[in-house]
Design a protein around this ligand. Structure first.
Ligand SMILES: *[C@@H]1O[C@H](CO)[C@@H](O)[C@H](O)[C@H]1NC(C)=O
Ligand SMILES: *[C@@H]1O[C@H](CO)[C@@H](O)[C@H](O)[C@H]1NC(C)=O
Ligand SMILES: *[C@@H]1O[C@H](CO)[C@@H](O)[C@H](O)[C@H]1NC(C)=O
Ligand SMILES: *[C@@H]1O[C@H](CO)[C@@H](O)[C@H](O)[C@H]1NC(C)=O
Ligand SMILES: *[C@@H]1O[C@H](CO)[C@@H](O)[C@H](O)[C@H]1NC(C)=O
Length: 610
């Protein structure tokens, strides 16, 4: 705690002290003072906040008194005796490292300590202090190999007051003697030209991030927005990307596999995006800045129009039947009452006639009705209203019916995994991804995905999804959805729809996996920021879509056959057909009952007459 406080206080005074104390250091001819002077010059180029000194016990190369009096900066000293200790990441952020080598024996031990201390920060500025003599070529060769292996790029070697060695890492490491007073910058902060250095990589070929295709001239090309970013990055920084083994177009490698390759050093960086945050406990520090911040949805087959046979269930509901029955009963009752009162027709006023008055029933439906030639005014008014009602019901009902037949409504949307279970729709899931979701959801996983999941390998999932196989639902990252929705714009009707309520994850930060300590990380981060803020990323996404269409990977037509005319089928008139059957059965039964009753009555009358 106190250290941080001191640090903050001291930082404040640095600005004044540097300028003031520089001449004092210059005037001193002592070798240690010259070295301190060089360190001051480096400070003036780009300030550092901590100095880390590695030395053999008892053999310091640094005039700490000079340095301390001029640069009040925290100094951390470590000797070869304290091997195995690591600097906290906090001190790694803006550091100058000094290694005091002695000419007598080549201490790789110190350099190894250095590599271990600078975890994830091997591009920190490093000053090697060779002993008083000019370094031998063997020493230079050993150190060069070490730096190359450990991705250390920002190294100078100091040995006398007028000259120093500069290490150039690209395309392959070598030392160059430089004169101190012609040097403007000891250490470049940014590497801008990697001189064609070769980096191993592999594309995941997962759309829309990367895609490999063969162009008209037989050349393999890289597309996809991460692919475009990488090609641009390679040409801008003059580096060479090499596939670590030959890549077959369309051969998908899942991002988790590529991630392992990067992790174990098989490749330097992956042409792919991955996330650090599926599960907050699994943090991977070696990702570039996020290139996409996405959500992960489920894409379902869109609701399709209802079957014609199902339309009756919308039109003939219980309420409609109840209302029509009620109206029929009302008019029958009124008609019965009028006839009974004014025409003395007793038989019209039976309960049976009110319940089943087919004349009024026709009236309610707007069909022709049998009426008495001369009747009372109230009866006339009743009929007028019956006809008005009939006209409304008849016209509205048929209009409604016809509309539903010409443009049938859609099926009910699926909004939850329960709906999917009910509809028996399965979710096709990538075997390599399911573990991530399982980890993230924990104990909820089994319950949420009960009876829904169909696991398949990456290639199968990708091909079913891109061929619009609507027998399954699929997982759909937001970035890929852009491609699908662009394609569906050209379709007659959409095939996949997103269910916004069915979301696995929100705000996934997707970055490019880069090998540990790789010096590509910093330039790549800069490139990502530029590409994002200038809108290049959107341009590359559009280009990817064009490439997909141009190479025939995506077509702008629906592959399935579109029904242009719907023949009426037996299934479509299922409902009226059933109605007819029921009617026939019912009337047959009633007929038999009536015939028997009639016969019984005649038999009875005959018996009575006898
Ligand atoms: C420093 O080394 C260089 C190269 O070996 C030599 O030319 C130069 O004279 C030396 N300077 C001093 C001050 O010894
Ligand atoms: C370096 O500086 C010294 C004195 O300041 C000067 O004499 C010498 O010519 C300079 N060397 C170069 C290579 O510029
Ligand atoms: C890129 O690197 C190659 C190989 O070192 C070099 O020949 C070429 O000049 C470099 N290109 C640029 C633009 O610096
Ligand atoms: C790196 O990991 C991949 C996949 O896990 C494996 O196939 C490969 O052999 C590993 N390579 C090394 C050098 O460990
Ligand atoms: C979920 O199901 C798998 C296999 O069916 C089982 O191995 C696992 O223990 C279950 N997990 C939980 C949390 O119930």
């Amino acid at each position: 705690m106190s250290y941080t406080l001191l640090f903050a206080l001291l930082l404040y005074s640095i600005q004044i002290s540097v300028a003031k104390l520089l001449p004092i250091a210059e005037s001193n001819n002592n070798a240690k003072h010259t070295f301190a002077n060089t360190l001051l010059r480096i400070y003036k180029e780009t300030p550092y906040e901590t100095i880390f000194v590695l030395e053999n016990a008892g053999k310091s190369c640094l005039a700490t008194n000079v340095l301390e009096s001029s640069l009040k900066i925290p100094l951390i000293r470590a000797t070869d005796a304290a091997a195995g200790e690591q600097l906290r990441t906090r001190f790694n952020s803006n550091l100058l490292t000094i290694v005091c080598l002695s000419q007598a024996q080549m201490e790789l031990k110190l350099l190894k300590m250095l590599a271990a201390s600078l975890q994830y920060r091997h591009q920190t500025r490093i000053v090697l202090h060779f002993a008083e003599m000019k370094p031998t070529s063997a020493l230079l060769a050993t150190t060069r190999d070490f730096f190359e292996l450990n991705y250390m790029t920002n190294v100078i070697g100091f040995y006398n007051s007028t000259h120093y060695y500069r290490y150039s890492p690209f395309p392959s490491g070598n030392w160059k003697l430089e004169s101190a007073n012609t040097t403007r910058f000891y250490t470049p902060l940014h590497q801008l030209n990697l001189h064609g250095k070769i980096f191993n990589t592999l594309p995941d070929q997962i759309l829309p991030r990367s895609m490999v295709y063969v162009d008209a001239s037989g050349q393999q090309r890289l597309s996809g927005h991460v692919g475009y970013l990488m090609s641009t990055f390679a040409s801008k920084y003059n580096l060479t990307l090499k596939f670590v083994h030959p890549v077959t177009p369309g051969n998908i490698i899942h991002l988790t596999v590529l991630f392992d390759y990067v992790n174990n050093g098989t490749i330097d960086l992956a042409i792919s995006l991955t996330t650090a945050s599926f599960n907050p406990t699994r943090v991977y520090p070696l990702l570039s800045y996020p290139l996409e911040i996405i959500e992960w949805f489920v894409a379902l087959p869109c609701s399709i129009p209802l079957e014609y046979a199902e339309i009756y269930t919308i039109v003939v509901t219980t309420q409609v039947i109840a209302l029509l029955t009620l109206l029929t009963l009302l008019f029958s009752a009124l008609d019965g009452i009028i006839k009974y009162l004014f025409h003395k027709r007793n038989e019209n006023f039976s309960l049976f006639n009110i319940l089943m008055n087919e004349n009024m029933f026709r009236g309610v439906f707007g069909l022709s009705v049998l009426i008495k030639r001369r009747t009372v005014v109230s009866s006339k008014i009743l009929y007028i209203f019956l006809f008005l009602l009939g006209i409304f019901i008849n016209n509205m009902y048929s209009a409604y019916f016809q509309t539903l037949f010409t443009s049938p409504p859609l099926q009910k949307e699926i909004l939850s995994f329960d709906d999917m279970r009910r509809r028996n729709l399965k979710l096709m899931f990538d075997r390599s991804e399911v573990q991530l979701v399982r980890e993230a959801l924990g104990s909820q996983f089994n319950e949420t995905f009960r009876n829904i999941l169909v696991l398949a390998d990456t290639a199968t999932v990708q091909s079913h999804r891109s061929l619009y196989d609507t027998s399954y639902a699929y997982t759909m990252p937001e970035s890929l959805w852009a491609i699908f929705s662009a394609q569906q714009e050209t379709f007659e009707r959409k095939i996949y729809c997103l269910a916004p309520t069915l979301k696995f994850f929100g705000l996934l930060m997707m970055g490019i996996p880069v090998a540990e300590n790789s010096f590509l990380l910093e330039p790549l981060n800069k490139m990502i920021m530029r590409a994002t803020e200038t809108g290049l990323l959107l341009h590359w996404q559009a280009m990817t879509f064009i490439d997909l269409v141009a190479t025939g990977r995506f077509s702008l037509k629906v592959t399935g056959n579109v029904v242009e005319f719907h023949d009426i089928s037996l299934k479509d008139i299922e409902f009226p057909f059933h109605l007819l059957l029921i009617g026939l059965c019912l009337s047959s039964v009633v007929f038999i009952v009536e015939v028997s009753a009639f016969k019984l009555k005649i038999f009875h009358t005959k018996r009575v007459l006898k």
